[in-house]
Design a protein around this ligand. Structure first.
Ligand code: LLP
Length: 420
C-alpha cells in the first residue's frame, strides 16, 4: 500500500509536494527520498494506540540509521533500539536521550558494554549467560549500575522469511525461556546488575499480531514468577517486527497490536517497550533510479537501471517484492520486464517478471517501500559509491547524506610499503 505522501500530480510522482524529477536533476541518481510527514504520522499512530498504558516506542535504528530520520523521531519523544557502538553514537547525535535507549544484540563486545554503561543507556538486552557474566564484570570494574533485561526465546514462530524469524530455539537469539529463571536469581545477588525488565523479539515482517500475544503470555508468566521469587521487574519489551504492505499483504497495525497488548498489561504496573523499525520507516522511503539501457531477449525485456543490489539488497537477499513505478507516468502497453542493476551477478535485480509499461532510456523509476533496510544495508560492492539520501519535509528537501565520492571508496586503504 502506497503512502499518501507519495502521489502523482499531473503524471509526475511527488513526495510531499516536491517533484522527484527536480530532486533527481539536482542530486543525480540513484537516491533515497524520505517523507518526514509519513514517518511522523506512523510514529503518532503507535503513540495513540498505546496511550492508555505507560510505554516507550524505541525506534530500531538498524532499519534506517540516517541522523535526520533519527532526529525526526527523537524530537517526537521516541526512544531508540540500538545494536552496536556505532548505532549508539548515531542515536546520541540524532538527539535520543540515553534514558530512552535500549541496547540489543546477540554479540555485544566488552567495549560496547563499557560504552553503554558509561553513557547510561536505559536498558541492555542480554542474550546469553556468558554475556550476563561479562556485563557483571564490566559494571563492577566501572562501579556503575547495569540495568538489564534478558532476551527470552519464547519458542514462538513468526516472521516473513527464515532469515528474519527469531523466536524459536533453532536460531541464535535469546535465552530459552525455560533457562531464564536461575539467571535472574543469580543477577539479583550481584551488586551492579539491575534486573529491570524482560524482553523478546520474535521476528520481522510479522503480518498477524497473534504471535505477539503468545510471546507476551510467556513474558508475563515469567515476570509474575520472578516477582514472587523476589525479583520484581519494571518493564516488558516485546521487540519490533510488525510488518508492512510491500505488495498485497494486509498487515495488522499498531492499533491491532494494542488491542491485544494493552488489556493484558493495564493493571500490571509494567511499562511496555516496543522496538519497531520497518513499520515506522519502510513506507516513508523510496529509491529513485534512472534507466540506463533496455534490451529484449525473446519474450523477456531487461531494464537496466543505475541502482543495484548494493543500493537495495532486499530483492537479492530475500527475494523481496518492491513495487516499482515510473516517476513520469506514461500510457504505453504493459510488458513483462526484469528491472536489473549493473552489478556482475544474476542475483542483481530489483524486480523480476514485472508487468509495466516499458520505460525509455533516462526515464526515472521509483522503487517503493524502501525506507527500511534499504540504505542501511547498502554497500560499495563493485566499487559503487553509495547513493545520496534526501529528506522531504514541508514542501522542501534537504540532502541528508551526500552521494559518496570516488575518494570515499578507497578511504582508509593503502598499498604496503614493499609494493609502492
Ligand atoms: N529489535 C530487534 C532486537 C531486532 O533484531 C529487530 C530487527 C528489530 C527490533 C526491528 O524489527 P522490525 O520492526 O524492523 O521488523 N533486513 C531484514 C530485516 C531484519 C530484521 C532484524 N531485526 C529485511 O530487510 O527484511
Amino acid at each position: 500500500m502506497r503512502s499518501e505522501q507519495f502521489s502523482y500530480q499531473r503524471h509526475q510522482f511527488f513526495v510531499e509536494g516536491v517533484s522527484l524529477a527536480d530532486v533527481a536533476k539536482a542530486v543525480g541518481t540513484p537516491f533515497y527520498a524520505y517523507s518526514a510527514a509519513d514517518l511522523q504520522s506512523r510514529f503518532r499512530s503507535y503513540e495513540a494506540a498505546f496511550a492508555d498504558i505507560p510505554h516507550l516506542i524505541c525506534y530500531s535504528l538498524k532499519a534506517n540509521s540516517n541522523l535526520a530520520v533519527g532526529r525526526v523521531l527523537s524530537r517526537m519523544g521516541a526512544g531508540a533500539d540500538i545494536v552496536s557502538g556505532g548505532e549508539l553514537r548515531r542515536a546520541l547525535l540524532s538527539g535520543f536521550l540515553p534514558q530512552n535507549l535500549v541496547f540489543s544484540g546477540v554479540g555485544k563486545t566488552k567495549d560496547e558494554l563499557i560504552l553503554a554503561i558509561r553513557k547510561k543507556v536505559r536498558l541492555i538486552n542480554v542474550e546469553s549467560e556468558e554475556e550476563l557474566r561479562m556485563l557483571n564484570d564490566v559494571a563492577s570494574s566501572l562501579n556503575r549500575p547495569a540495568p538489564f533485561s534478558l532476551r527470552v526465546n519464547p519458542d514462538v514462530k513468526a516472521g516473513g522469511h527464515p532469515h528474519i524469524s527469531t523466536g524459536t530455539p533453532d536460531n541464535k537469539f535469546g535465552v530459552y525461556h525455560k533457562n531464564i529463571f536461575p539467571l535472574y536469581l543469580w543477577a539479583k545477588k550481584q551488586r551492579h546488575l539491575l534486573p529491570v525488565g524482560i524482553q523478546s523479539h520474535i521476528g520481522s515482517q510479522i503480518t498477524r499480531v497473534s504471535p505477539f500475544k503468545k510471546a507476551l503470555a510467556v513474558l508475563l508468566d515469567l515476570a509474575g514468577r520472578l516477582e514472587r521469587a523476589g525479583v520484581p521487574l519494571e518493564l516488558i519489551d516485546l521487540g519490533g517486527g510488525l510488518g508492512v504492505s510491500y505488495n498485497d499483504e494486509e498487515p495488522q497495525t499498531p492499533v491491532d497490536l494494542a488491542r491485544i497488548l494493552v488489556p493484558a498489561l493495564k493493571n500490571t504496573g509494567l511499562t511496555l517497550f516496543l522496538e519497531p523499525g520497518r513499520s515506522l520507516i519502510a513506507q516513508a522511503g523510496i529509491l529513485v533510479t534512472k534507466v540506463l539501457y533496455r534490451k529484449g531477449a525473446g519474450p523477456k525485456h531487461f531494464v537496466i537501471v543505475d541502482a543495484a543490489m548494493n543500493d537495495l539488497a532486499r530483492p537479492a537477499l530475500y527475494d523481496a517484492f518492491h513495487e516499482i513505478v515510473p516517476v513520469h507516468r506514461s500510457s504505453g502497453t504493459k510488458v513483462r520486464v526484469d528491472v536489473v542493476g549493473p552489478i556482475c551477478e544474476s542475483g542483481d535485480f530489483l524486480a523480476k517478471d514485472r508487468l509495466m509499461a516499458l520505460p525509455r532510456q533516462n526515464d526515472l523509476l521509483a522503487v517503493l517501500t524502501a525506507g527500511a533496510y534499504g540504505f542501511s544495508m547498502s554497500s560499495q560492492y563493485n566499487s559503487r559509491p553509495r547513493a545520496a539520501e534526501v529528506m522531504v519535509s514541508g514542501g522542501r528537501y534537504d540532502i541528508v547524506r551526500r552521494r559518496e565520492t570516488m575518494d570515499d571508496l578507497i578511504r582508509g586503504e593503502s598499498i604496503p610499503r614493499g609494493l609502492v
